[in-house]
Design a protein around this ligand. Structure first.
Ligand code: AMP
Length: 443
């Protein structure tokens, strides 16, 4: 199968040729003809499978060949994404794929001034990529209208629900024309997503290019058991001894990100951190520098790193395991993309055994454990397997020693702190109710 035999028009083929995309990926093979035919879609695709082109290419084609010119403040296709970075990235894909087409594309998200976005929307936009919160703000200020909307794409839909966007989604849904094409993409498919799909899609084509909830198999994964307080030291040790080149590191909390990146900087390592508290411009700059290899280590929370596409990223390190097991799949999907191989190493302490067990159950694999000499944990990580069982009980953890207060932040001091600096993200997914019937009026 080629892009030409899938029925794509010449300006798109020209853009793909310049990108050196030779053959469509499996998700593209299935999604492109279905979207071109106007069908709804429910697609479970691993990260890095080329899903963005799977919806962007046929959408661009439909918008070019069909329908009226976009009216002022209107949009013809709306792509909802969970994070600002993903909004920029998806928008960039639309821009590149559509560079030879007479269509306008734009991305709106929070954390930056709304006025330039309102100005830009005045002329109307063919493809608008948006995060849900900012889109609603714009809608409520009459800066965007949906009367011309023909296609809605929900990208990383599971993540949008995880981030608590279910209310915003419901409000957006209520504002959209009922007759439209809806494409739902999600790397993982929880029951909440299936329920959302059931209520908003019209006889959708189901695409599942990889087994449900299985982690990218091009990524070699293993666990290094270690005591919690020795994680930073182990990280620095591995960085040196393994001669790691470029590493994306995931930490659980914003504080964790700041502390690890500052510590690495103190050690003379070129490191930066991104999380939701940092201004958008700072996040984007850190990301661009990491992508351009000007920074060796990027430490990130799940929210900030979601959906990022970084060329040839060789290694992902889970400094902390994610609280929601499905995030593990997203995290390790940052490496091993587009056919390349990658590695994912998790530094796991005894406290995290339940999280490890949940990941192994979800991915249906028991992760190999490789201890690092001189870092063998005092608190053993109980044995787990993919059936979800924790086979040996952990030892009772010792009470932490109280260390003196005040003074400079030292490695030791940080190591003593057991509490996350902010409440963990919610671990339980609620099944949101998507009421498609008449809505109550807002006061
Ligand atoms: P995605 O899963 O959409 O984030 O895409 C992952 C990566 O694969 C991106 O860097 C794309 O540019 C690249 N990609 C998408 N489709 C193809 C293709 N057919 N051939 C080669 N690379 C592709």
């Amino acid at each position: 199968m080629t892009f030409a035999t899938l029925g794509l028009i010449e300006p798109l083929l020209r853009a793909l040729e310049a990108l050196d995309y030779k053959t469509p990926t499996p998700v593209q093979n299935q999604a492109i003809p279905a979207v071109l035919a106007g069908r709804d879609l429910m697609a479970a695709a691993q990260t890095g499978t080329g899903k963005t082109a799977g919806f962007a290419l046929p959408l661009l084609q439909r918008l070019t060949l069909e329908g009226p010119q976009v009216a002022s403040n209107s949009v013809r296709a709306l792509v909802l994404v969970p994070t600002r970075e993903l909004a920029e990235q998806v928008h960039e894909s639309f821009r590149v794929y559509g560079q030879h087409l007479p269509l306008s594309t734009y991305a709106v998200y929070g954390g930056v001034s709304i006025n330039p976005q309102m100005m830009k929307l005045r002329k109307g936009i063919d493809v608008l990529v948006a995060t849900p919160g900012r889109l609603l703000d714009l809608y409520r200020q009459n800066a965007v209208k949906f009367a011309q909307l023909q296609t809605l794409v929900l990208d990383e839909a599971d993540r949008m629900l995880d981030l608590g966007f279910s209310e915003e989604l419901r409000d957006i849904y209520a504002a959209l024309p009922k007759k439209r094409q809806t494409l739902l993409f999600s790397a993982t498919f929880s029951d909440a997503i299936r329920s959302l799909a059931g209520q908003t899609l019209d006889n959708p084509l189901s695409i599942e290019v990889s087994p449900r909830n299985v982690a990218a198999n091009s990524v070699k994964q293993w666990v290094i058991p270690v005591d919690k307080k020795r994680k930073p030291e182990l990280f620095s040790h591995l960085l040196k001894t393994q001669r790691w080149s470029q590493v994306l590191v995931f930490a659980k909390t914003r504080n964790g990100v700041d502390q690890l990146s500052e510590l690495l900087q103190q050690q003379g390592v070129s490191a930066d951190g991104i999380h939701g508290d940092k201004p958008q411009a700072t996040r984007q700059r850190a990301l661009d520098r990491f992508k351009n290899r000007e920074v060796q280590i990027l430490v990130a929370t799940d929210v900030a790193a979601r959906g990022l596409d970084i060329d040839d990223l060789p290694l992902v390190v889970n400094f902390d395991l994610p609280i929601v097991a499905e995030d593990y799949i997203h995290r390790i999907g940052r490496t091993g993309r587009a056919g390349a191989s990658g590695q994912a190493i998790s530094l796991v302490c005894a406290d995290e055994v339940q999280l490890l067990s949940a990941i192994e159950t979800l991915t249906r694999q028991t992760l190999q454990r490789i201890e690092e000499q001189d870092f063998e944990p005092e608190h053993r990580v109980p044995i787990t397997d993919s059936s979800g069982q924790v086979l040996k009980k952990p030892k009772k953890p010792k009470k932490p020693k109280v260390v003196g207060g005040g003074g400079k932040k030292t490695l030791g001091k940080w190591l003593e702190s057991d509490e996350p600096a902010e409440p963990p993200v919610k671990a339980v997914r609620k099944v949101p109710s998507f009421n498609t019937g008449p809505r109550k009026k807002k006061p």
